[in-house]
Design a protein around this ligand. Structure first.
Ligand code: CP3
Length: 347
């Protein structure tokens, strides 16, 4: 069957714009919080029945057009020998980050046993989701996964990663290549298990200067997408926070769609790259902390910037905030699904 979201990612004409939200399964939902009260985060990711249950919660509540398998981008780092923990506060932590070229030798090919849980969750979901709901599989893009491995956790400016890239370019490139090659079978496995679309998250992709971005961030993402093969499912690439200036560069990855953050001007993004790729985004997640009326008005204002005939993929500009009232998430989904796209013969 031809699902609305998949038709839109391919750039086919659609009767309305499909919608989902980054981090749509998460702490703003009561069912998720109840499960997390009893289950550590990594155990939740590694228990397919539970991961499927939290993935389905927002679909059952709000009826988005696409669902994203519940997992985390850092599971692959862990499977490559760089162990990660998720303490209750302060975000993920790596116990021994990569800080020297010799540390790159600790990185091994991904142990597929350790990430099989994600494909298992995908299989359950494809059986349990409504037939018309798309299922998205995902991974990090190589640069962002390497940035976490080097930095050891989240960071404001990724200074240690940038220093490493400049001080040890050969080791940095080797690490990127190892990670890129590990992501290919991981993503293929998710597609084989039933993910109809894949999204690559390069959340920190824009922290590198333009020359290094062109040298590493884009080609390593392209290496992953090319590695998926000619018969791959559609791919969405998130070029990262502050990535507006990198959109033209990002089209060279070969992705079918680019996901843009809320700082990106949607009309000018369409003018610059909208003939080469589809665009996804980009409501400021802070708007979901206001009220249903404001959310409806801001969502419709955003969607009126989409040129006639384009199939926009409605989303937030980044993950939903944990303090979002669920009724505000409902208002966003409803506003997106009730929006009437402008029609035009030039589609
Ligand atoms: O979107 C979904 O609903 C699917 C699940 C998903 C999670 N993480 C679950 C999660 C996805 C697609 C991700 C991707 C991810 N993970 C990214 C890329 C997207 C982005 O947000 O930029 C990144 C950078 C990570 C790494 C990561 N995982 C961080 C930095 C954190 C802590 C941040 C926070 O909000 O606490 C996580 C933990 C995490 N991953 C949570 C969830 C629901 C919160 C965990 C919890 O305490 O329950």
């Amino acid at each position: 069957m031809s699902r609305l979201f998949e038709r839109a990612v391919r750039g086919e004409s659609v009767e309305r714009f499909p919608v989902w939200m980054m981090r749509q399964a998460g702490r703003y939902l009561p069912g998720y919080r109840a499960i997390r009260a009893k289950t550590p985060f990594l155990d939740l990711c590694r228990t397919p029945e539970l991961a499927a249950e939290v993935t389905l919660e927002p679909i059952e509540l709000f009826g988005m057009d696409a669902s994203i398998v519940f997992a985390d981008i850092l599971l692959t780092a862990d499977a490559m020998g760089i162990e990660v923990t998720f303490p209750d506060k302060g975000g993920p932590k790596f116990l021994s980050p990569i800080r020297t070229p010799a540390d790159v030798d600790r990185v091994h090919a991904a142990d597929e046993e350790r990430t099989r849980c994600v494909a298992d969750t995908v299989s359950i979901l494809r059986r349990e989701l409504p037939a018309e709901t798309s299922l998205i599989g995902f991974s990090a893009a190589p640069f962002t996964l390497c940035a976490y491995m080097i930095e050891g956790g989240s960071s404001r400016d990724y200074l240690i990663t940038r220093q490493f890239a400049h001080a040890h370019p050969a080791a940095f490139e080797r690490l990127l290549g190892l990670v890129a090659d590990a992501l290919i079978p991981y993503l293929k496995e998710q597609a084989a298990a039933g993910a109809g679309v894949l999204q690559l998250f390069d959340t920190w992709g824009a922290v590198l200067e333009p020359e290094l971005h062109r040298r590493w961030v884009i080609p390593m993402t392209k290496r992953v997408i090319d590695g998926l093969g000619a018969d791959r499912v559609p791919v969405i690439y998130f070029p990262g926070l502050g990535g507006e200036g990198r959109l033209e560069a990002a089209t060279a990855t070969g992705a079918d769609a680019l996901s843009v953050d809320w700082q990106t001007d949607l009309a000018s993004a369409y003018a610059r790259v909208g003939d080469q790729v589809r665009l996804q985004g980009n409501l400021d997640p802070a708007i979901l902390l206001t009220d249903p009326e404001t959310i409806r008005a801001r969502t419709h204002a955003m969607l009126s910037q989409v040129p006639a005939g384009k199939a926009h993929l409605v989303n937030l500009g980044h993950g939903i905030h944990k303090d979002t009232p669920p009724e505000n998430a409902a208002a966003f989904i409803d506003a997106a699904q009730s929006f009437q796209p402008r029609q035009d013969a030039s589609a």
